[in-house]
Design a protein around this ligand. Sequence first.
Ligand code: KE4
Length: 428
Amino acid sequence: MNNSISKEFFIQASKVIPGGVNSPVRACGSVGGEPIFIDRAHGSTLYDVDGNSYIDYVGSWGPMILGHRHPGVIKALEDVLQRGTSFGAPTAMETELASLVIEMVPSVEKIRMVNSGTEATMSALRLARGFTGRDIIIKFDGCYHGHADTLLVAAGSGVATLGIPGSPGVPESVIKNTLSIRYNDMDAFTRVMDEMGDKVAAVIVEPIAGNMGMVMPVAGFHETLRELSTKHGALLIFDEVMTGFRVDRASAQGLLGIVPDISCFGKIIGGGLPVGAYGGRGDIMDHIAPGGPVYQAGTLSGNPLAMAAGIATLKTLARPGFYESMDKLTHRLVQGLIHAASQAGIDFCAAHAGSMAGFFFTKGPVENFDDAKKSDLQRFASFYKGMLERGIYLAPSQFEALFVSAAHTEDDIDKTLEAASDTMKDIV
Ligand code: KE4
């Protein structure tokens, strides 16, 4: 595969951008590769600057659930462009997107738009601390909630991929109130809550983890978080930046039947433009400025272009049968990957929820970050490269998830499984 232009572009980028990328995981360091520079995309396909094309399972790390350049999203953006790009004043579109989220996710009574998932979780934690008057935050090893200082403790995603234990620049004083517990470890969580539950402001969790690879919650895990958070007066925060409107019309909380106090969103609700949001119980959200004392602000929060893309996306998702068809296609993909690994005699496990999926090169089960780290990272890197060579674009990290879009076809899945079968044979 010819990547000469991408290589040259990466050299140029590296002279002016740290690591040549604007987000670390895109650098492909953990799989020993270099980034492919994208020229354009359409539907389920990416086209790079060297003229190669790929079936895309990254989907911009989640936002592109409808596929690239969905006509409804493009039309919505074109319409807004005729009126302007940013006003710094309210528009009715902000109310419309907020109302759509509230209608689709019943636990959300009020919601504030921000510009990234990081801003959403950072603001949700400040709100929880302001509402409860407490300082301690509990998170879970391998969960990634963005790069806010408070949360860069035993984080997943790029921090896990790069093997950064936390990050230089984050003072001990900032993270001393952040406790990280093993995901799915109900006993450990119960012990901590019994010991200090009355000092805990919030428990924040990825309801289905996607930043240590994809890890499902075990039976009773979220029920335990919900019960003990309520018992001790702590707020339960579901970080649905990745799972929001991805795994179910009502997000992971709808699939799991759990009612969090605050939910964080991002990715899909922006339809490919920068949007994050946090929302929840009205009595909690009313503590946010200007109505309440907890300060949070943003120049481009509620940006008209981002709102238009988000509205068009959510309205399309809400149609009957959308999630059923995505689940069916993703199920076929996952079962096919499992079959290909089995035929090659390779230790492998995989799972999916809606159109979010993940796999590990280990026998499994994978229930937490320690299990995930047992995956054969070298074999993952070889699989990634082999699939890329065959025109299949996966996340360049074992500690990420993969995403199927509404634009993916049965033929895309067939081609992907054929490539997987050939690649598995090569990496035995
Ligand atoms: P952003 O600030 O990147 O918009 O969102 C942070 C975030 C928060 N919560 C969850 C559950 C997330 O998955 C993320 C961001 N996800 C990563 C990939 N797993 C974004 C990709 C990147 O960092 O470049």
